[in-house]
Design a protein around this ligand. Sequence first.
Ligand SMILES: NC(=O)c1ccc[n+]([C@@H]2O[C@H](COP(=O)([O-])OP(=O)(O)OC[C@H]3O[C@@H](n4cnc5c(N)ncnc54)[C@H](OP(=O)(O)O)[C@@H]3O)[C@@H](O)[C@H]2O)c1
Length: 289
Amino acid sequence: MKILITGATGKLGTKVVETLLKSVPASQLAVSVRNPEKAEGLRALGVDVRQGDFDRPETLDTAFAEIDKILIISTDGDNETRIRQHTNAVEAAARAKVGFIAYTSVGNASKNKLFLAPVHRATEEAILKTGIPYSFIRNNWYLENEIAAFQGVLAGAPWVTSAGAGKVGWALRQDYAEAAAAVMTGDGHENTMYELSGKPMTQEELVDILGTVLGKEIPVQQVDDDIYADIMKGVGVPEPIIPILVAIQVSIREGSLEIVSNDFEKLLGRPITPINKALSQIVNEISQL
Ligand SMILES: NC(=O)c1ccc[n+]([C@@H]2O[C@H](COP(=O)([O-])OP(=O)(O)OC[C@H]3O[C@@H](n4cnc5c(N)ncnc54)[C@H](OP(=O)(O)O)[C@@H]3O)[C@@H](O)[C@H]2O)c1
């Protein structure tokens, strides 16, 4: 049995591989990465490091050869790029006749109105088209996505949002990684869909817990999207990123990330890291930067 992880030098992929190495012999693990030099540490541990670029499908035929189970970690970039890259990866996995494809998708991918959702819908559909047994690991929202806002709060800024009362199922990247690792090593995950979501909470609820962790009152400023964009510009967010941040606020406000599910606990075999503990961990990490 050989398991391959793509994006293994990315933030989530690194944690997935670290988790797998605790229960799977390195000889049964392979990674497909754009830059093998970044995976020298894994090679030294006995992991089979392969070069694979989703933009160069010919590299994927070698990278995905003789693999039983593959985890395709979604790439970054604009929607069009990612749909092309993911389709290349799925088609290469089918050519290589892998026996199982897991994919890190987005919450409620088939219906989600989030601007990123078309990527995940298209990829899930491409996987279904192959007829290969699959698992869609639908990740809600990394708590780490909010690190810039946490840094702002630590520097004395208020919490600024235009997300209104929209709720988000935040959880630590580590928990998402461990759940993905469980799908790759466990039995009975063929043709499954997991909605991985922390308990949905509003911005105020999150900030309230952050305030308790930091021992201070954090003002929450609910503004409209235009003011949110102006404030982001004012704190130095690069111009091209601003529409993305606004779109995320809109999607949250419209409920795109308000998903209730206990799939996370089921996969982990434990509750996810409590939000106060998760926040305190991130705050400690930020303080050490
Ligand atoms: N649910 C959420 O809150 C959330 C938040 C952010 C992102 N995401 C999604 O989850 C994915 C993983 O998150 P992350 O934090 O680990 O992001 P990340 O560190 O940016 O990881 C992206 C991975 O995609 C790889 N990649 C990019 N272009 C590629 C290509 N042409 N061929 C092969 N691999 C390519 C990157 O390779 P290198 O290592 O060579 O750079 C990297 O390993 C993201 O890419 C995104 O789709 C979800």
